[in-house]
Design a protein around this ligand. Structure first.
Ligand code: TYD
Length: 206
């Protein structure tokens, strides 16, 4: 099973992925935690270029660098793990490209769909959690934690378009997505995630 986590900055995805991983292990499921950008050695180099606030990157080049990261990630890590029966948990995946480069930057959505399909060979997540947080609140959290990356530092209006983009993606494919209000205690968010995974994975209704 391939599970992805999406959300704006400061939505707590990373913490929730770690908690889900522990939960899966307690139930005897082998899992792999990974992220985009940066899930492979090549991806780690691309991540540095993509997130460095000093990088000058045109939107089209930004898109293709995320796509290159994803192509390597799918072929070298995600597909082999899924084939070995491992549950793969990814902190961001293709929906981030549609939300950030599509709705945020304004690149053509149909072109993004083609490029993404090429990069992934058509691999789609079985389940995607959207940890929904008000962008102003998320950015404030992120700023408190320390350095803002190149995308965090974009305007509040950009991050609001990203959130609207996610809501549009959810409306288009409601069976794949679960939207969770991320402005709740950690344990409540974790409980919701575990209940959904239990239903889809443990009870075999994926
Ligand atoms: P990261 O520090 O991992 O942020 P977060 O903790 O919010 O996930 O940085 C990843 C950044 O890259 C984030 O701002 C979203 C952006 N991004 C895109 O713009 N397009 C993409 O396809 C992906 C995967 C990420």
């Amino acid at each position: 099973m391939f599970i992805t986590f999406e959300g704006g900055e400061g939505s707590g995805k990373t913490t929730q992925i770690a908690l889900l991983r522990e939960w899966l292990e307690r139930r005897g499921f082998r899992s792999l935690t990974t992220r985009e950008p940066g899930g492979t050695p090549l991806g780690a180099k691309l991540r540095e270029l993509l997130l460095d606030v000093r990088s000058q990157v045109e939107p089209s080049a930004e898109l293709l660098l995320y796509a290159a990261d994803r192509a390597q990630h799918v072929a070298a890590l995600i597909r082999p793990a899924l084939q070995a029966g491992t549950v793969v948990l990814s902190d961001r995946y293709a929906d981030s490209t549609l939300a950030y480069q599509g709705y945020g930057r304004g690149l053509d959505l149909a072109a993004l769909q083609h490029i993404t399909a090429f990069a992934t060979g058509g691999l789609q997540p079985d389940l995607t959690f959207f940890l929904d947080i008000d962008p102003a609140q998320g950015l404030a959290r992120r700023a408190q934690e320390g350095a803002l990356n190149r995308l965090d530092a974009l305007s509040l209006a950009f991050h609001q378009r990203v959130r609207e983009g996610y809501l549009a993606l959810i409306a288009a494919q409601p069976q794949r997505w679960v939207r969770i209000d991320a402005d709740q205690p950690l344990a409540v968010v974790q409980g919701t995630i575990a209940a959904v995974v239990e239903e889809r994975l443990v009870l075999g209704r994926a």
